[in-house]
Design a protein around this ligand. Structure first.
Ligand code: NAD
Ligand code: UFG
Length: 422
């Protein structure tokens, strides 16, 4: 079920209040005036807009009031314009995509609460997010398999929505350790959904993956194609998508954006945060970056006999900061909608392994030695997105090029040859 809303109309109203919010009174720091606009009902036809004035002495009270009124009256609008920021729980926040998304969320005016068990990440990533943005946030070192510890975070913080990155993600490892993958990814999500329900948090953005499409012959991949994952990792993503769809059917207040990422690469333009794989990288771009910096001797290209122009596999590489912006858009969408919807986050453009190698050589000025090896089991010849649904519904599209992705990866790798270190 969808609730109709008209953001431009509401923004016009909010801009009147921005003037009031910026009055001298606001800058008397002992008090804060917050105006909140709510729409209750449908925009076309029976429109009812209720303005509430909350006078509070600190942020915490303002936020609690906002959450309470939202539950009472319907959809909160004008989040980014309000002086009281909307608080978002980010699970797996210290990871590669989570840390970059935290930067985008903070820069978009959201407040965040970070959860991670640091199984595949370092706390340093979150320190650097704070350094880049100049903003602080609370960090909870919690394993989401521990339902009690997770629920305590919900009891302590007044979250409006969740972005759920936490999970194990290595395809090969999931084949070797299926139980560990099913337990970690599914149980942590079920614990999360139970706490969300208990604490009346009913909006979620979920990290799914293009891997749910399995080995499709047909490209570009569209969200309405049947999904058929071919490994335990992909199965966990498909199952979680289904769990969230089922919750949305049972609960008409629930909203979920299921984001199917293609191949995230690159780093923040500052070179302060980036991908920090443990051990030998599984993925192409981190491997190439480690060859360029001298940590690995040469790249093995997995197959040179595919039915593609240069014989190597084609993928849809997407800059991690474009992906991060996609989360901000998806969050704005989910805060105003109910139901569960899948969205491809990709560029719509495929690049071959050798094109990536050459673009990286160009960006780094370093030659990348490689040899062509056998195909990697389970690899498709080509995989790229039809990203038009995300553009039409979320108003998002990727803007960065393969050259940008290589330049930013190189900056990160050169400045941090050992990642975040010990
Ligand atoms: P990542 O491993 O860098 O980040 C995941 C984070 O989750 C890590 O910091 C890890 O410590 C944390 N985590 C794992 N299990 C946890 C648990 N039980 N409790 C608390 N924290 C836990 O991975 P990423 O590349 O940032 O990916 C983020 C999400 O996006 C994952 O769900 C992944 O499956 C998905 N995804 C990633 C890619 C990719 O190529 N990177 C592609 C498609 C989808
Ligand atoms: N490749 C090599 N040599 C390497 C690594 C990769 O030639 O050392 C090739 C692969 O064969 C493939 C391409 O580079 O043709 C990209 O491979 P990646 O491992 O970087 O990415 P995949 O498309 O195989 O998989 C990634 C994530 C999955 C996710 C999938 C879809 O690893 O988790 O994208 O989002 F499911």
């Amino acid at each position: 079920m969808e609730t109709q809303s008209s953001i431009p109309f509401l923004l016009r109203i909010s801009s009147i209040h921005v003037g009031i919010l910026r009055s001298d009174f606001l800058y008397d720091h002992s008090m804060r005036i917050t105006f909140m606009g709510y729409i209750n009902g449908r925009m076309r036809g029976n429109v009812r807009i209720i303005f509430l004035c909350v006078v509070s002495v600190n942020f915490g009270v303002g936020r609690a009031a906002m959450v309470m009124f939202r539950r009472e009256f319907g959809i909160v609008v004008m989040m980014d314009i309000l002086e009281v920021a909307c608080l978002i729980l980010v699970t797996g926040a210290a990871g590669y995509i989570g840390s970059h998304t935290c930067v985008s969320l903070l820069e978009a005016g959201f407040d965040i609460v970070a959860i991670d068990n640091f199984a595949n990440s370092k706390p340093e990533a979150l320190s650097r997010v704070q350094e880049i943005t100049g903003k602080t946030f609370s960090i909870h070192s919690v394993d989401m398999l521990d339902a009690k510890a997770l629920d305590a975070v919900f009891a302590e913080e007044n979250m409006e929505a969740v972005i759920h990155f936490a999970g194990l993600k290595a395809v090969g490892e999931s084949v070797a350790q299926p139980l560990r993958y099913y337990e970690n990814n599914l149980v942590s999500t079920i614990n999360l959904c139970k706490s969300m329900k208990k604490h009346h948090v009913n909006k979620i953005v979920f990290s799914s993956s293009a891997t749910v499409y399995g080995a499709q012959e047909q490209v570009p991949l569209r969200e309405d194609m049947p999904i058929a994952p071919v490994n335990p990792y992909g199965q966990t993503k498909a199952m979680i998508e289904q769990i969230l769809r089922d919750i949305a059917v049972a609960d008409d207040q629930f909203g979920a954006a299921l984001l199917r990422y293609f191949n995230p690469v690159g780093a923040h333009g500052s070179g302060r945060i980036g991908e920090d794989p443990q051990g030998i990288p599984n993925n192409l771009v981190p491997y190439v970056a480690q060859v360029a910096v001298g940590k690995r001797a040469e790249l093995t290209v997995h197959g040179g006999d595919y039915d593609t122009p240069d014989g190597t596999g084609i993928r849809d590489y997407i800059h991690v900061m474009d992906l991060a912006e996609g989360h901000v858009k998806a969050l704005s969408w989910v805060l105003n909608h109910t139901g569960a919807e899948a969205f491809n986050l990709g560029t719509g453009k495929g690049s071959s392994v050798l094109e990536v190698v050459h673009a990286f050589e160009q960006a780094s000025g370093v030659r990348i030695p490689y040899h062509i090896g056998p195909r990697r089991p389970g690899d498709a010849a080509r995989s790229f997105a039809d990203p038009s649904k995300a553009q039409q519904v979320l108003g998002w599209r990727a803007t960065k090029t393969l050259d940008d992705m290589c330049a930013d990866t190189w900056k990160w790798q050169k400045q941090n040859p050992n990642g975040y270190g010990e």
